[in-house]
Write a protein that binds this ligand. Structure first.
Ligand SMILES: *Cc1c(COP(=O)(O)O)cnc(C)c1O
Length: 392
């Protein structure tokens, strides 16, 4: 029996059920890799952000073990008190070297990074300009900041230009965008946005969560990739956010940039100051993973070639893959219940492809979302295309 004050939960959950929007928590019984067991079923796994196959790489486990042997498990305090070990310091230097920036700061998660960084940069009298398709953590970071918010339609840099044209009166301006969007697999018009940021003296925060380790010549992300045709973008993207929990295979979020930026954030980003430093084991694993990203570029090369083939094959068979140009490939279905039923049929054929529905995506745009990994075999991808095209 629910206590009277919580009865509303029963009604609300029933309403989610009615709309086909109630989520169930699944349990994975095996390591996070290209084939997994979830709720007792063996499945080819197209539902992880482990793009480079590093989450279960034994070299990360070894690095973590070594760090635990030396420093134990817990960090025990905020980084500003006694929580920041030499492993964390080394990781931050490794990230700065990797990103080609003066410094970097590691947060407990990517979500925490965005929730802390944005309010540390803008407040009363300032303006934020945000893409309508931004990740929830960027949205929440913007909500926490006491600045005026302007949301421009997804990817629409002309609308951003119009908004900026009218905003010289604000003390500071901050543009906030994902680089590679996780629901459509499409890319922000960063070259145009970078130019606008420079023209209007705006800070530009680019969240590379799904691009770090995967895109760009050295794996830095979409800014590096697009800067090939527009080198000034590297300077214009002044605030780089990334996560260690997707392609990097560990956990934690980071911000990379110039030294004053990093010092300011270490002093004022509340999710950094008031949260315990992440586990030493994860920091050590992340540093090892960044080394692998550097020394094994074939992982991202093969992944992106496979993604390009998959997109062509699905498009050739008439499937709508929205604006995907990446290793994230949506298959648009529309209705939430239909998308979930489609995903269940694929599971019955041994394929895990999550169905994505509101509130994660707008009404009427429910979809399957395929995330590719370096570890997938051609056989698995072939089976996936067949099963989507001939659902049983
Ligand atoms: C996943 C994601 C995050 C959050 O990163 P975590 O490390 O998982 O907390 C932040 N931003 C974007 C764009 C993401 O896709």
């Amino acid at each position: 029996m629910l206590p009277k004050s919580l009865e509303w939960l029963g009604w609300q959950l029933a309403e989610l059920d009615d709309c086909g929007l109630r989520r169930q928590l699944a349990v994975r019984e095996t390591a996070q890799t290209a084939e997994v067991s979830i709720d007792g079923r063996r499945l080819a796994n197209f539902g992880a952000n482990d793009y480079l196959g590093l989450a279960s790489d034994l070299r990360l486990s070894e690095a973590a073990h070594k760090a635990i042997e030396q420093l134990g498990w817990g960090s025990g305090a905020s980084p500003l008190v006694s929580g920041r070990s030499h492993v964390h310091a080394t990781l931050e230097q490794t990230i700065a070297d990797f990103e080609g920036t003066e410094a970097a700061l590691v947060f407990p998660s990517g979500f925490a990074a965005n929730a802390g960084v944005i309010p540390a940069l803008v407040g009363h009298g300032d303006a934020i300009f945000a893409d309508a398709g931004n990740h929830a953590s960027l949205i929440d970071g913007c909500r926490l900041a006491k600045a005026e918010r302007f949301i421009y339609p997804h990817g629409d840099w002309q609308s951003l230009a119009e908004l900026l044209a009218d905003c010289d009166r604000y003390r500071r301006r901050l543009i906030v965008t994902d680089s590679l969007f996780s629901m459509d697999g499409d890319v922000a018009p960063l070259v145009e946005i970078g130019r606008l940021a420079a023209e209007h003296n705006a800070m530009l925060l680019v969240d590379e969560a799904h691009a770090t380790g995967v895109w760009g010549y050295s794996g830095r992300g979409m800014v590096e990739h697009l800067a090939v045709g527009a080198p000034e973008l590297e300077q214009q993207a002044t605030i780089r956010v990334g996560t260690l929990s997707k392609a990097i295979g560990a956990s934690g979020g980071f911000v990379a940039g110039c030294r004053p930026l990093i010092e300011w954030l270490a002093n004022t980003a509340r999710s950094y100051v008031f949260s315990t430093a992440g586990e030493v084991a994860s920091a050590a694993a992340a540093a090892k993973a960044l080394e692998i990203v550097r020394s094994e570029p074939h992982r991202r090369g093969e992944l992106l070639a496979r993604a390009s083939r998959l997109r062509s094959e699905l498009a050739a068979r008439g499937w709508d893959i929205a604006g995907s140009v990446s290793q994230i490939v949506p298959v648009m279905i529309g209705d939430a219940n239909r998308a979930m039923q489609f995903a269940e049929r694929l599971r019955e054929q041994g394929l895990y492809v999550p169905g994505i529905r509101p509130p994660t995506v707008p009404q009427g745009t429910s979809r399957l979302r395929i995330s590719l990994s370096y570890l997938h075999t051609e056989e698995q991808v072939g089976r996936l295309v067949n099963a989507i095209d001939h659902p049983k």
